[in-house]
Design a protein around this ligand. Structure first.
Ligand SMILES: C[S@@+](CC[C@H](N)C(=O)[O-])C[C@H]1O[C@@H](n2cnc3c(N)ncnc32)[C@H](O)[C@@H]1O
Length: 346
């Protein structure tokens, strides 16, 4: 499938408008704080954006980030501004033509930002051990609509786990199906290129993530995809596809279920762009100053990561009260776009 994908992104697509699904969404639904960052990105890079979500987690100042399947670099150049002059971002992609556009505008962006903290590398995300990066050296790995294109997703997740620092995270948007995709869809080159054929059934993804060491995958946001091309809609049949953003923390001590130790956190409101609330995931929208009860896993995701300085922590692990109420079960995605409180956007 590598050649099919290289051909699709390197030769067939010329701009986001050539895509045949609503995977790539409207700039107007993007958070206000992100818009000025995008105005400092070259128009050709913006025009060739093929992502399906927002991969801009909080607290990135000074971080080392790796973007898998960076394409022409829209997210790389946005994140370069978020990590700042002391941070570093590496964009990896296998398609020469995509990287050529990204590289072509590197100096232009360095002039815009006042520093050059960006590097692009040609390679395969299934071979992360070939990169000049030490195990446990990367703070955050991002990816936007790429994992579905991999013929060996389990290897990609294992490679990511190896590269992340303890407490680091894989924060990524991708396409998922509500069931295992039939072979006719999987083997259709156009559907594969459109990020549908290779999409994982969401529950298979969650098991795969756990097997790679990411014990508690957290869904951040999601939206159903609409097939804007009737011919494509006819070929995919009854399968429903979703764009979803997950965050996977590399943390020792995470448990298979959300366990209740009577703990709570208080968000200090100190993260830039988030004075009123911190959204960890779809189920944890934590208002500033409020005592917010959390399970042991959520505690660790805040206490043992780059977010720790922004929280007060109440309690410890000395007493167990059973399972944390209301966790898990069923399709995690909203089936209508309007049902989604924080509409996913890119
Ligand atoms: C849907 S596009 C997304 C590009 C970019 N993330 C964006 O948001 O514009 C998928 C990209 O992933 C790259 N890609 C697909 N499979 C890959 C692999 N196995 N290793 C590295 N890059 C890959 C493609 O070359 C393409 O540029």
């Amino acid at each position: 499938m590598y050649d099919v994908v290289k051909d699709y992104y390197g030769k067939q697509l010329q701009s986001s408008a050539d895509l045949k699904t609503s995977a790539c969404c409207d700039v107007s639904s993007m958070p206000e704080w992100l818009k000025p960052l995008l105005t400092r990105i070259h128009p050709e890079v913006l025009a060739r954006y093929y992502g399906c979500g927002l991969v801009a987690p909080a607290a990135l100042d000074g971080c080392t980030i790796l973007d898998l399947g960076c394409g022409t670099g829209r997210d790389v150049y946005a994140l370069a501004q978020m990590v700042g002059a002391h941070g570093r971002i590496i964009g990896l992609d296998m398609t020469e033509q995509q990287l050529a556009v990204a590289e072509q505008h590197k100096t232009w962006h360095a002039t815009q930002f006042g520093y050059d903290n960006v590097q692009f590398v040609q390679g395969y995300m299934e071979q992360l051990d070939q990169l000049d990066l030490a195990p446990g050296s990367v703070d955050v790995i991002v990816s936007n609509c790429v994992l579905n294109l991999s013929p060996d997703k389990a290897s990609v997740l294992k490679g990511i786990f190896r590269l992340l620092k303890p407490g680091g995270e894989f924060y990524f948007s991708d396409v998922y199906a509500d069931r295992r995709v039939p072979d006719a869809v999987k083997n259709d080159p156009e559907l594969y290129g459109e990020c549908l054929g290779g999409a994982l059934y969401w529950n298979d993804f969650q098991h795969m993530a756990r097997r790679a060491g990411f014990t508690d995958p957290r869904l951040v946001e999601d939206r159903p995809l609409t097939m804007t091309d009737p011919a494509i809609a006819a070929r995919i049949g009854p399968v429903h596809f979703y764009s979803a953003t997950y965050r996977l923390f590399k943390l020792d001590g995470l448990e298979p279920d959300c366990e209740d130790y009577g703990q709570a956190v208080i968000y200090k409101g100190t993260l830039s762009n988030a004075p009123d609330r911190f959204v960890l995931d779809k189920h944890h929208d934590i208002e500033t100053g409020r005592v917010f009860p959390v399970c042991g896993n959520t505690w660790r995701m805040l206490h043992d990561t780059r977010f720790a300085a922004h929280f007060e922590f109440i309690g410890d692990f000395s007493k167990h009260f059973g399972l944390f109420e209301g966790c898990g079960g069923g399709l995690p995605f909203d089936i209508t776009a309007s049902g989604n409180a924080s509409a996913a956007c890119c």
